[in-house]
Design a protein around this ligand. Sequence first.
Ligand code: C2E
Ligand code: MG
Ligand code: MG
Ligand code: MG
Length: 285
Amino acid sequence: KAKESKGNKVERFSDILNEKEKERFVIENLLKDALARDEFSLYYQPIINMKTGKMMGAESLLRWKTEKLGFIPPDKFIPIAERNGLIVPLGEWVLKTACRQNKQWQETGYMPIYLAVNISVRQLEQKDFINRIENILNETGLDPKYLELEITESISAENIHNIGNAFKKLNDLGVTLSIDDFGTGYSSLGQLKILPISKLKIDKIFVKDIHKEINHTAITAAIIAMAKRLNLEVVAEGIETEDQLRFLQENKCDMGQGYLFSKPIDASRFAIFLQKKQSFFRKHK
Ligand code: C2E
Ligand code: MG
Ligand code: MG
Ligand code: MG
């Protein structure tokens, strides 16, 4: 009997592995011609000035709707696309779509905002990445000051030199560079400061536990203080409650985004925010 249950356990364990592998396989296959099938879209989430409540920009977030499985979240398909290289054409599509959309909003006469685009290190490593960015800016006619690139803090000692060169050229183009998910990786502010970055985004895991976990309270306050001393702007991600907002305001965090203000929404719903120009504080206070 003992033998039997042991056997069952082994079987179940391998079943789980197979399920995960199967899912990866299915996603990878669907991903291959998802661009050609036009299954991607961009959602936009407002980024708010923490003093005035005014929207300064928005983060563009990739959405993939498949016929078979419905929406598949980026956390599931981006790592696969990064591994098989598909992130390069996909990332190019994101950049083009975001820049074109922003230019179109500006031409409509809406208040100008910047759009932040998430960039994978795989894209940065492409030799022609700077040229691609230049081409997209030329083709769309978007002023580079309205484009921000977010790079997740996965910059290691080995690639910091190459990334540094790319960053300098991007900075010369007038594009803003920001470090995403700060606090979750291993890079130090001292190391990052040799890069021409102008912003840090504090990862939402710290914001989430500001009032629950005393270490996260201290870390959040310390990141803001250090960043400010280094002349970096600070954006907090994942603000969901009034208490979190108040804490971040008291600690002089420059900007914030989160469900408290708005979830990521599609372009047509987002245009209503641009039209209304309302303070995002009024309705929460
Ligand atoms: P990220 O760049 O850190 O983006 C922020 C994530 O937090 C988004 O998840 C957003 O929907 C979510 N979020 C925003 N406010 C709140 C909040 O108040 N509470 C909670 N719980 N979550 C909030 P999303 O859209 O699922 O994207 C996940 C990640 O996928 C992104 O994290 C980014 O690393 C990656 N990603 C998304 N779009 C792209 C893209 O176009 N290119 C690349 N390379 N990566 C992308
Ligand atoms: Mg981001
Ligand atoms: Mg990220
Ligand atoms: Mg982030």
